[in-house]
Write a protein that binds this ligand. Structure first.
Ligand code: PAF
Length: 273
């Protein structure tokens, strides 16, 4: 595996590659979820690039940028063992300059759900993903379904800006007790870890209601919120796959999304119906 830090060097290196490039952008602190993205990318492409970059512009001033988990050697080993060809590990100064051009999240879908409490977040995500795509020029890029809003906005950016990359959604990986895998899970104390199990169970509760033919979005949201008490709930939403509010679950075109705060940690999860 080759490790490249400089964007220009990576561009020159990848220009010589005749093969199809699969790209997995990450912020490091890699876990099974990331490995499943890499594995899927390996099945569908000849050459695999993973980036590790804790992107400062997607964190607000009061957020956990400096505390974001980071274990470079472990991440390198995971990439090496997963068969990654190039690990791109840039410094912030090589990605961002002064007086930056940036990508703006759409006015509605970028500022609801996670974007409501983190209004600058998706501008930062879309800007860095655009930069990374321009450096790597992948044929396919892999994103987890757990970050459903991020995935949707990236798909929207690629479509609306006529970009030449296929965005491939990958199923959420879960711990054996149901908790969705996330780099932020390491912040949880033992008690918080137990409390956080309510998140996936609340989604199971929704599944149970739907299996009893209860499709009414309001009823499902109410019961989920009740179940999630006393956790601090940022949102529980029932949306269609284009992120529009719907009154009733429509199998094949629905997402149920939840985000809660456990201690100081934001945790999100969802199901695709
Ligand atoms: O999901 C993430 O890890 C990040 O938001 C991403 C897509 C790598 C952009 O920084």
């Amino acid at each position: 595996m080759k490790i490249i830090k400089n964007p220009k060097e990576l561009k020159i290196y990848l220009k010589k590659m005749p093969q199809s490039i699969g790209f997995v952008p990450t912020m490091g602190a890699l876990h099974e979820g990331h490995i499943s993205l890499i594995q899927k990318a390996k099945k569908e492409n000849e050459f695999i690039v993973v980036s590790i970059f804790v992107n400062p512009t997607q964190f607000a001033k009061n957020e956990d940028l400096s505390k974001y988990p980071n274990d470079t050697l472990r991440d390198e080993k995971i990439c090496e063992m997963s068969g990654v060809d190039v690990l791109f590990y840039p410094d912030a100064k090589d990605i961002y300059g002064e007086d930056e051009v940036s990508v703006l999240a759409p006015n509605v879908r970028g500022f609801v759900l996670e974007g409501y409490t983190r209004p600058s977040h998706f501008n930062g995500v879309l800007t860095v993903v655009m930069k990374l795509f321009n450096i790597v020029k992948p044929d396919r890029a892999y994103f987890g379904k757990k970050d459903a809003q991020q995935l949707h906005l990236i798909q929207l950016m690629v479509k609306q800006l006529f970009m030449d990359v296929s965005i491939i959604p990958v199923d959420t990986m879960r711990e054996s007790d149901g908790l969705a895998m996330s780099s932020r899970n390491v912040y949880l104390s033992k008690i918080q870890r137990e409390q956080s199990l309510k998140i996936s169970s609340s989604l199971n509760l929704a599944r149970g209601l739907i299996s009893k033919n209860i499709y009414d979005a309001k009823k499902i949201k109410q019961q989920m919120r009740q179940y999630l008490e006393p956790l601090e709930v940022y949102y529980v939403e029932v949306l269609d796959r284009e992120f529009h509010t719907i009154d009733s679950v429509e199998i094949g075109n629905t997402l149920i999304l939840v985000e809660v705060k456990v201690g100081d940690t934001r945790l999100l999860d969802n199901i695709w119906l």
